[in-house]
Ligand binder design. Structure first.
Ligand SMILES: *[C@@H]1O[C@H](CO)[C@@H](O)[C@H](O)[C@H]1NC(C)=O
Length: 201
């Protein structure tokens, strides 16, 4: 009977390190962002919300580069599996995923991309143009497409496994983040309404 270990070298240390960095990143930024929201930990350390947010942005960006590098190394160590080798589909996925990620960073700016809402740096209005008219979470789904694209480009079954991990992690992250950030903005709307109500019409 075929088993997973026929297609994926599960004993590879790089595979485990890759799985660990994929899990670590969203857990890390969610814990830090909540700590910032509750205790203003980075705002205090860096002497202001913008400095704190820029520090977090830099850190998330840096650990993202490490994660992507480890993923490449882990896949390069795996054996090639021809049915997974779909370079054209992989290339299209990687290109589209990159468009989603980069255009959402462009639309949101640094603080909007990197959890500025938790620092009290709120967007003036929700961003509804591209890529947010395609998906509500272009960053997460674009990044997932990039992982899948690399797996298909290189023809590595282990990449499919790690992409599944990325998908599950991001899905849980969204369940955890979206209601929370929605409440941050709802709170601002309530405060605005209160102010408005205090004024003469
Ligand atoms: C999203 O917005 C862009 C730019 O405004 C537009 O070209 C595109 O057709 C829109 N996509 C969808 C799915 O509405």
């Amino acid at each position: 009977m075929a088993s997973l270990s026929d297609f994926v070298d599960l004993s590879s240390p790089a595979l485990l390190v890759s799985a660990a960095t994929i899990a670590f990143n969203p857990i890390f930024w969610n814990i830090v962002a909540r700590a910032e929201y509750n205790n203003h930990i980075l705002t205090r350390i860096f002497g202001g919300p913008y400095n704190g947010c820029y520090f977090l942005a830099f850190t998330i960006f840096a650990i993202g580069i490490v994660r992507d590098h480890v993923y490449q190394v882990a896949l390069d160590e795996q054996s090639f599996y021809a049915p997974v080798h779909q370079p054209i589909i992989g290339g299209i996925l990687f290109a589209s995923g990159s468009v989603l990620v980069l255009s959402s960073m462009w639309a949101l700016g640094v603080t909007g991309t990197y959890l500025g809402d938790y620092f009290g740096i709120l967007m003036d209005a929700p961003v509804t143009g591209f890529p947010f008219n395609v998906t509500g979470s272009p960053m997460y789904w674009g990044s997932t497409m990039n992982f899948l694209g690399v797996a298909l480009w290189k023809g590595k079954a282990a990449g499919l496994l790690l992409t599944a991990e990325v998908f599950v992690l991001y899905w849980f992250a969204l369940q955890w983040e979206d209601p929370f950030t929605a409440e941050i903005y709802a709170k601002r709307e309530r405060e605005r309404a209160k102010k408005q109500g205090g004024k003469k019409q």
